[in-house]
Design a protein around this ligand. Structure first.
Ligand code: OAD
Length: 238
């Protein structure tokens, strides 16, 4: 692993436009379970039965129960050193931006400035009807929108919904311009984000704790935990 991390440090030093793409594996070391890893959420719950727009409309109680549980689980969570080091690399001009599928906002909390939240942010609660933004506690208390009486929801992308256009367009344009794309902690099973690694003309690197099928396209694969790999990478970049 050491020599591969040294190789990644060399690629970063020689690149002009480095973009990072993260998934749930980036956040597991902050105690947020991933979806399809060994301890993943979707081992017990089928995403299509809960995190989709039909359930929101037809079985709001189930939808509300699931997202309340997730929101409560996120109380007190903090970015780990890996998130902090990515923010540090951005401030040193070594990476341009982070596109993430994660909804807990840890990159922003860590101080990263250019973050594209492709699947939204779970704490941005809004009315599904009039889009009024409200407090998390209103959702947890299962209140209705005070303006129009519509149902409240977290600002995440549900199955069956479009990705936020601005975040997607910015991420895509940054990745198209990139000469190095570093993908961290994602199974790349979910469309359309799983198409992004193919949009760069530059080198591609995967950091993941398992070598899944379908990741053969990467120029370099580092199999290890995100936090440990990023800590060692940072040492190599000093
Ligand atoms: P997945 O759970 O599908 O994949 C996470 C990957 O990270 C797995 O391959 C894990 O083995 C790996 N992993 C776990 N911990 C790690 C660590 N500490 N270091 C390195 N790798 C680690 O998560 P995503 O690919 O992000 O979307 O899932 C994509 C989307 O599926 C989510 O954003 C969510 C879900 O449905 C929506 O809800 C719209």
């Amino acid at each position: 692993m050491k020599s591969k991390i040294m190789e990644l440090a060399r690629l970063i030093k020689n690149a002009d436009h480095v973009v990072v793409l993260t998934g749930a594996g980036m956040d597991t070391e902050s105690n947020i379970p991933d979806f399809r890893g060994k301890e993943g959420w979707w081992k017990n719950i089928d995403p299509r039965t809960v995190a989709n727009i039909e359930t929101f409309h037809e079985n709001y109680s189930l939808f509300h129960e699931f997202y309340s549980m997730r929101l409560k689980m996120l109380e007190g969570i903090k970015p780990h050193t890996g998130h902090l080091l990515l923010a540090e690399l951005e401030s040193k001009g070594m990476i341009k931006s982070i596109a993430t599928q994660n909804v807990a906002g840890l990159h922003v909390m860590a101080g990263s400035r250019k973050v594209y939240e492709l699947h939204g942010n779970i704490r941005s609660i809004r009315c599904n009807r009039c889009s009024r933004e409200v407090d998390v506690k209103d959702f947890l208390n299962k209140e209705k929108c005070k303006s129009c009486g519509g149902p409240l929801r977290p600002g995440v992308v549900l199955f069956g919904e479009m990705l936020p256009t601005e975040a997607w367009d910015s991420a895509l344009s940054d990745i198209e311009r990139s000469d190095l794309l570093i993908v961290i902690g994602t199974s790349l099973e979910v469309y359309p984000v799983n198409q992004l690694p193919m949009m760069t003309k530059g080198k591609t690197v995967l950091i993941n704790n398992e070598d899944r099928g379908g990741t053969g396209m990467f120029d370099l694969k580092i199999i290890g935990n995100a936090r440990e790999v990023l800590e060692e990478l940072y040492e190599n970049l000093r």
